[in-house]
Design a protein around this ligand. Structure first.
Ligand code: HEC
Ligand code: HEC
Length: 509
């Protein structure tokens, strides 16, 4: 599959804007450094996508491509052992990095002990899944076994094997590169293409999102790292949770092949899409820049925040640029993202328009994905270019007979305001829409890019809002909708939580 449109869409913006010079002080992690119990951490952070029992069968997972891993099947992609089961270190590395190119974010802001506890919980769920299937087979063949026996058998089956000897990186020279290229053509190009850009998935692949197309090495993202060790592990062990087979190569062959592979894959291949939690310092200025004062905005730091499209496809928007300032009274957050089309047409099937939302949480470990919970409500600032109700009305008017017709909204200007809402979980989102406080949002679409500038007082205007003037750290996360791609509201691109830190006069470092 050709992913160049993504790169073309994204890089001009990446280079046109000031690259983040933003402070990188370590973001706050859960205050209690003591390890939480793996099960409790899992329930809080992971179950929404991976399922309470690790079946990967959740409401949310229906919206995601790639699908969240079903741990109960005991299949993982990123492994370094000779039996295809991840070691504890493999799992912890995955949690720390996340899996760029999917909605699996980095959890590296959690203390190490928590990551180890989570890795153990993932393994426990895999063992229980395997044990259930062992028991079912035993029952079907009339040799019933106890649960304890089944778990012991599953534990043995799923225990990580020995680390693969992957050799050491060898400095590239004409000979070993030629040998690497020969091995690549023999073992890899059938799926990844001779140019490394990946061939399209074939028609007989399952379409449920469990299998993905062969990776395009030039696209700038990998699920794992691009180090010699990681790539060599992928080559030797394959990716057991994916359609990527292991190979039987000698250590010398592995060294040559990986050397060649590294000539196709940039060392920082994953960095661009890695969803680390960053600290965004909001600078204090004498007065806030006007919406159209591009020069004043350009003098402020801009941070690039990677976006993960829920439904991954090459042309989906994969990054957001944030410029923030406050003047001691008000805050302005300016967001910019690439969007090739200003979707000011009503399409009978669409219920969503271009838009952006910022989710604020006054706590340090809110659920990532669920739009808050009863105990941990979130404050959402949301703007959509056009009123979904107007779009829906148009669609209604047109009826089914006009399906496929795009009807212009008659040069309607994008809405000049957004809404500030309190959400207590996914179900509350639909209920609350339309009931929020108005928010000033100045927007512009130009040259394939939306700019949306939100303004509000630092102080909360009601108990439904997060008070940004309060001293406690606030986390915020972002979502972008592209109506051109997404014809339903559940389909969008999101960031992980980032920490918002107000620069205060006199405390400027
Ligand atoms: C927003 C949804 C989401 C949340 C929340 C989430 N994950 Fe994932 N996770 C995914 C997706 C999607 C994948 C599959 C990515 C792929 O296969 O390319 C995945 C894959 C994984 C894998 C598979 C690694 C491998 O080698 O194949 C592990 C382990 C994992 N997640 C653990 C966790 C843990 C632990 C948590 C909680 C701390 C968590 N995830 C939270 C979406 C999520
Ligand atoms: C049968 C098809 C197939 C063959 C043959 C194959 N791959 Fe893959 N490869 C895939 C698929 C599919 C993926 C994406 C898996 C996913 O993320 O679900 C992939 C992913 C990868 C990745 C990405 C790892 C990451 O961290 O995201 C690398 C590197 C890779 N392959 C290298 C190779 C090399 C080197 C060879 C030859 C030794 C090879 N592959 C042979 C299908 C194949």
């Amino acid at each position: 599959m050709d992913l160049t449109p993504l790169v073309r869409l994204v890089w001009p913006i990446a280079t046109a804007l000031t690259v983040a010079t933003c402070a990188t002080s370590p973001p706050p992690s859960t205050a209690a450094a003591a390890a939480g119990s793996g099960a409790a951490l899992y329930a809080r952070h992971c179950a929404v996508c991976h399922g309470a029992d690790g079946s990967g069968d959740t409401v949310v997972s229906q919206l995601l491509r790639p699908r969240p891993n079903a741990f109960r099947l005991g299949l993982f992609k990123l492994v370094s052992t000779d039996n295809g089961m991840p070691s504890d270190d493999d799992l912890v590395a995955t949690l720390r990095r996340g899996m760029p190119g999917s909605t699996m974010m980095s959890w590296g802001w959690l203390p190490d002990a928590d990551l180890r506890a989570l890795a153990a919980e993932v393994r426990r769920l895999a063992v229980h899944g395997r044990a259930d299937s062992i028991r079912r087979t035993a029952l079907a063949t009339n040799r019933p076994i106890t649960e304890t026996e089944a778990i012991a058998a599953a534990e043995q089956e799923l225990a990580p094997g020995d680390p693969i000897d992957v050799g050491t990186p060898v400095p590239p020279n004409a000979d070993n590169l030629a040998e690497g290229e020969r091995l690549y053509r023999q073992h890899c190009s059938g799926c990844h293409g001779t140019d490394g850009r990946g061939l399209p998935a074939s028609a007989d692949w399952p379409t449920d999102g469990t299998w993905l197309w062969p990776r395009d090495f030039t696209a700038g993202y990998l699920r794992g790292d691009a180090t010699y060790r990681d790539l060599a592990s992928r080559v030797r062990a394959g990716m057991p949770g994916a359609h990527m087979p292991p190979t039987r190569l000698s250590v010398a062959e592995t060294e040559a092949l990986v050397g060649y592979l590294q000539s196709l894959i940039a060392e920082d291949a994953s960095a661009h899409h890695t969803q680390w939690r960053r600290t965004v310092r909001v600078q204090q200025t004498g007065s806030l820049p006007a919406d159209d004062d591009a020069a004043a905005w350009a003098r402020l730091d801009t941070v690039r925040l990677p976006l993960a499209p829920l439904w991954w496809r090459p042309e989906a928007c994969s990054e957001l640029w944030l410029t923030a300032a406050h003047d001691g009274t008000d805050i302005a957050l300016r967001l910019q993202w690439a969007d090739a089309s200003r979707d000011d047409t009503a399409v009978p099937t669409s219920t969503i328009s271009d838009g952006v939302a910022i989710q604020f949480a006054p706590t340090l470990d809110p659920p990532l994905f669920a739009m808050g919970s009863a105990e941990q409500p979130v404050n959402v600032w949301r703007w959509h270019a056009y009123d979904p109700k107007v779009l829906a009305g148009m669609a209604d008017l047109l009826g089914r007979t006009h399906e496929g017709l795009d009807v212009p909204l008659g040069g309607t200007r994008p809405r000049p305001r957004g809404e500030s809402l309190a959400f207590r979980g996914v179900a509350s989102a639909a209920r609350e829409t339309g009931s929020g406080l108005p928010l000033a949002v100045a927007t512009e679409w130009r040259d394939g890019r939306w700019t949306a500038t939100f303004r509000r007082s630092l102080h909360a205007r009601s108990s439904n809002e997060v008070d940004l003037a309060a001293a406690t750290p606030v986390l915020f996360a972002f979502a972008v909708w592209d109506a051109h791609l997404d014809r339903h509201a559940g389909s969008k691109a999101i960031t992980t939580w980032h920490a918002l830190e107000l620069e205060r006069r006199g405390t400027r470092r």
